[in-house]
Design a protein around this ligand. Structure first.
Ligand code: PYC
Length: 332
């Protein structure tokens, strides 16, 4: 039956929501999180739609479901849910999930302050710092990230020609740096980000193929990152990441920060060991670091890490009643 009661812990990571579904979720088929993600999308996607879209969620809503580990060395697994589907990896989602899960005793780490997590994009490591019962900082050692396409020219209706890079950090990002037809985020409004991003996404996916060399279920340049000068002391760059159909990440975006570091390393603007402080559209910060070199198939890559914080905002027991005409959500 497509109805149920879901116990959720609501939180935000640097301003972007993370609804952790901690009770009421289904068991999934598959031996790893990539297979379980496919099973969820095929058989249980109504849960995502009900919990992410209006009237129980909103365009920016994003969340996760915590599962037992898939591999022997891991402490837990995460399935990411949001309005656009189930992402292979989500940085702000991981920071929020770890914070909520540790503060509520939902994970028993094998080593205090450290976690190994199975996610659809692979396996990630976590370091977290606690002050009493509160988690203060979470650092994600993310999946290998690489610059997939460099200097691709696209035509975007209303803006004209743009030259962009496409970089992978757990999702594929079309990165729009300042140029003749894009003055930079400082002179580009949130409404313009929402208006032009779907056009950029459509244009880029017509001219390049983005398929992860090691997991063909991870595909498509789904996210668009517009960049600009930072406003916060110590920050190296500012970004607005568009995801879903009408969302701008309020956090600096964890997979986007990883993709951006991979782009900057490939362009000689960052080196192994360098820190990269990324500012979001609302001024919140993630501290990235280029940990080491790596490869993804034939591509040179990096192993990035990203640190941020999250706060729990409340508990939310959500009913999905199949007799409610808006049980599975809507978009305006
Ligand atoms: O933090 O990786 C991230 C993310 C992806 C989409 C929204 N946030």
């Amino acid at each position: 039956m497509r109805e149920g009661t879901f116990f959720c812990i609501d939180a935000h990571t640097c301003g972007n929501p993370v609804r952790l579904v901690a009770g009421g979720y289904p068991a999934l088929q598959g031996s790893n999180m990539s297979e379980k993600r496919q099973d969820f999308l095929a058989h249980h996607d109504w849960i995502r739609q009900a919990l992410m879209f209006e009237p129980r969620g909103h365009s920016m809503m994003s969340g996760s479901v915590l599962y037992p580990p898939c591999s022997e060395q891991a402490d837990a697994s995460i399935l990411f849910i949001e309005t656009s589907g189930c992402l292979p990896m989500c940085g702000h989602g991981t920071i929020g999930t770890v914070t909520s899960a540790i503060e509520h005793g939902l994970i028993s780490p094998k080593t205090p302050g450290k976690l190994i997590l199975d996610v659809p994009a692979g396996q990630i490591r976590i370091d977290y710092e606690q002050n009493g019962s509160k988690v203060e900082k979470v650092r994600i050692y993310n999946v290998a990230s690489y610059l997939a396409h460099k200097d691709v020219t696209i035509e975007v209706e209303g803006l004209g020609e743009l030259t962009v890079d496409v970089s992978y950090g757990g999702n594929y990002y079309t990165i729009v740096d300042p140029q003749a037809n894009f003055p930079g985020l400082e002179s580009f409004s949130a409404d313009q980000v929402l208006h032009y991003s779907p056009r950029v996404r459509e244009a880029i996916n017509k001219v390049v193929d983005c398929v992860h060399p090691l997991d063909p279920t991870v595909r498509g340049a789904s996210h668009v990152m517009w960049t600009g000068q930072p406003t916060r002391p110590g920050a190296h760059a500012r970004n607005a990441v568009f995801y879903g159909d009408r969302a701008i990440d309020r956090s600096p975006c964890g997979t986007g920060t990883s993709a951006r570091m991979a782009q900057w390393v490939a362009r000689g603007k960052l080196a192994i060991g360098d820190e990269f402080v990324h500012e979001s559209i609302i001024g919140s910060l993630f501290v990235g670091r280029v940990e080491s070199e790596a490869s993804v198939g034939d591509y040179p890559a990096i192993m990035p890490s990203v640190q941020g914080w999250a706060r729990v905002t409340g508990h939310n027991t959500i009913w999905v009643d199949s007799e409610d005409p808006y049980a599975y959500g809507f978009e305006v």
